[in-house]
Design a protein around this ligand. Structure first.
Ligand code: 5GP
Length: 119
């Protein structure tokens, strides 16, 4: 598969501050935030998109969700956050290395996150 910017970031080839990291994933700030809090959870394994994940990836995918909760807590957004996975070009995905967006603002009912969801 083609390497991506997230492959380089997870391998440490592009110096990037990790807000969190473990053996399976890293968490970084989004370069172009769509909300006051906008971070990306990126598995070290370069799965191009969610729909290409395999049965073998089940534990990894579960881990990413658990990390999302922990990181949201660490970032001080508590339980007021939105988790987004854009899948495929038609789904707004631009970097073809699976990642989860954590988006949070003061009021999650406001429409200001809609852009982040539909991009
Ligand atoms: P996607 O559109 O694929 O779901 O999300 C890709 C995200 O990666 C976008 O929100 C974009 O702003 C972010 N992004 C793209 N290139 C970089 C980069 O080099 N560093 C960081 N931190 N974020 C990036």
């Amino acid at each position: 598969m083609t390497d991506t910017i997230f492959g380089k970031i997870t391998r440490g080839e592009i110096p990037t501050d990790f807000l969190y990291e473990d053996e399976l994933c890293v968490v970084i700030k989004d370069l172009y935030p769509q909300a006051p809090t906008h971070v990306l959870i990126i598995p070290r394994k370069p799965i191009p998109m969610l729909s290409e994940a395999a049965e073998d990836d089940q534990a990894l995918l579960g881990h990413l969700l658990i990390v999302a909760g922990k990181v949201a807590d660490q970032l001080g957004v508590g339980d007021a956050f939105r988790l987004v996975i854009n899948n495929g070009e038609g789904g707004g995905q631009t970097v073809f290395h699976l990642h989860l967006h954590i988006l949070a603002s003061g009021d999650m009912k406001e429409g200001d996150l809609a852009a982040g969801l539909s991009r």
